[in-house]
Design a protein around this ligand. Structure first.
Ligand code: NDP
Length: 330
């Protein structure tokens, strides 16, 4: 068992070039921790926020919140896993862009034998996000089969999983995306309607598609470029789930707008509240694994990069060149 592994580190925040492939020591896991040997690492937009400083990290820092591999060592008090288990996780702290790492065990779960490592690495952070956005926000928002929802960036990693899961739940997902090709991909994954928001006015198109009524829920991960107009897509009492900022942070909200636009609700949720305990993480992962194993949701791993090419992966993600999920192979 090697004590030195290759890993991505940043010493300062900035562009993709801040990520350096270095040799780092990996020790034995402490209480509540495990050591995992990664077979694949998921790439997520949150990794960009960590790298560019939008979500500040103590430096120097590792990058990456999602991975899959095999348990190499177990710390005291970890009872739900054993050495040799195939596992996957979405979890803190960042550091999955590595050949191996030590991390808290509570967000690590067993990966079913039928799910390969690349799929496992791609599906945890993005799939658990769709799980809580659809399955836990759904009752809050009073969503029922046949209802319309609007999902921005529908051809992305989270987006293509959402298109499929929403269809399985009987929802009519209206997806936005940045090109006609991306729109076609979202429809092929179950979006009922799509809007190219670079060439079309998405508010007008949502009104047209819904017969003027608007949608019950908007899922907005784009932020600055879409937030306020997303409110205009809601029907009275509708809910805006603002869960990301790919175009930059949304402007501060004048809360009076929520009254003016029809007694609206706004939430700013994060996955990390939802997976704060091992029990919740396991329950959400079981739900995700079940829908993937049923075949209703297929995890679209579209790009694979070597660990040394992490900077290229970030350039492609930020340039909006990717669709679906991308993974690093360590
Ligand atoms: P994606 O694969 O969806 O990539 C981001 C997409 O955002 C791009 O492909 C692009 O699609 C769209 N986009 C719109 N404007 C911009 C812009 N100015 N710059 C770059 N991209 C832009 O990433 P992920 O699937 O990893 O994540 C999707 C979103 O979900 C992110 O905002 C992320 O932060 C958020 N998220 C939030 C979580 C939470 O719990 N709150 C958890 C997980 C993810 P297009 O070209 O079609 O517009």
């Amino acid at each position: 068992m090697s004590n030195t592994v290759k890993a991505i580190r940043i010493d300062a925040v900035g562009g993709p070039g801040q990520m350096r492939l270095v040799d780092v020591p990996v020790g034995a896991p402490g209480p509540g921790e495990l050591r995992i040997r990664h077979h694949a690492c998921g790439i997520n937009y949150i990794d960009v926020y960590h790298r560019n400083g939008m979500y500040p990290l103590p430096l120097p820092a590792g990058i990456g919140m999602e991975g899959a591999g095999v348990v190499e060592a177990i710390g005291a008090g970890v009872e739900h896993l054993a050495v040799g288990d195939r596992v996957a996780y979405a979890g803190q702290p960042p550091g999955s862009y590595s050949q191996a790492r030590v991390m808290p065990a509570k967000t690590v779960v067993q990966l079913p034998d039928a799910i390969d490592f690349e799929t496992g690495a791609a599906m945890m952070l993005k799939g658990l996000t769709v799980q809580y956005l659809l399955r836990q926000t759904l009752p809050q928002a009073g969503l029922e089969r046949g209802d319309f929802v609007l999902w921005h960036a529908a051809a992305g990693g989270v987006g293509l999983i959402a298109c499929q899961w929403a269809k399985a739940l009987g929802l009519q997902l209206i997806g936005t995306a940045g090109s006609d090709e991306k729109c076609a991909l979202a429809r092929a994954h179950g979006a009922a309607h799509t809007i190219n928001y670079r060439s079309e006015d998405f508010v007008a198109r949502v009104r047209e598609i819904t017969g003027g009524a608007g949608v019950k829920v908007v899922y907005d991960s784009v932020g600055k470029d879409t937030f306020e107009r997303s409110l205009d897509c809601l029907r009275p009492f509708g809910l805006l789930a603002s869960y990301g900022s790919a175009s930059g942070p949304a402007a501060p909200l004048n809360i009076g707008l929520l009254a003016a636009k029809g007694s609206l609700y706004v939430t700013r949720p994060t996955l990390f509240t939802h997976i704060a305990t091992r029990e919740r993480t396991q329950a959400m992962a079981d739900d995700l694994f079940a829908i993937v194993q049923s075949g209703a949701v297929k995890i679209p791993v579209e790009r694979r990069y070597a660990l040394a090419d992490a900077a290229q992966a970030h350039e492609d993600l930020e340039a909006r060149l990717t669709v679906g999920c991308s993974v690093l192979i360590p």
